[in-house]
Ligand binder design. Sequence first.
Ligand SMILES: Cc1cc2nc3c(=O)[nH]c(=O)nc-3n(C[C@H](O)[C@H](O)[C@H](O)COP(=O)(O)O)c2cc1C
Length: 191
Amino acid sequence: MKILILNSSPRRNGNISKMLEAMKQEIECCNAEAVYVRVPELKVRPCIGCMKCRCSLRCCLPEDDAQRVLQSIRDADALIIGAPCYWGNMPGELKVLFDRMVYGMMGENSLGMPLALHKGKKVIIVSTCTTPYPFNILYNQTRGVVKALKEILKWSGFKVVKAIEKGGTRKHPDLTSKEISHCKRAVHKLL
Ligand SMILES: Cc1cc2nc3c(=O)[nH]c(=O)nc-3n(C[C@H](O)[C@H](O)[C@H](O)COP(=O)(O)O)c2cc1C
């Protein structure tokens, strides 16, 4: 079992990073393989919108980390995506990465309807924000991130088995042991 972890927080010691680290440890404790990618450190050119990939099934831009991450998604049995809330949505680098991988996430049938290319794979979403609970949910802060990611993942065939949302990170910048064990328990939904 191989699980790809995409961390789109630039803060190596931030909440998302700590939550994903706990999940990585749990994966390894269960004798599964964790592949860890720090999205802000990737070199990914933004999509130029040419739409050629929809027919050629490859990106016409010179190879960069987008093609490499897509291969890692293809090779993985499951995904964990960590995304802090930036303006009620995922960080730009993560969106740019997904824009570059459309052709490897979903195809199109003859009527132009989407065909999911990762049917049956499971995914966990982890999101954080400063807006305190329950307003992180009610005002679509971490919930905005979860909704935006679900849109991409749904059309790609992934099943979201868990969304972990932590609000109020300014007042509560450290993870509690309860939060860490919550993250670790969630991993078992993927195994
Ligand atoms: C550019 C930027 C935009 C942000 N936008 C929001 C926002 O819309 N709502 C919110 O509650 N917090 C927002 N935040 C705060 C982060 O979501 C918060 O600091 C989060 O805990 C960061 O997670 P990390 O420590 O895991 O990196 C923003 C932070 C940055 C840097």
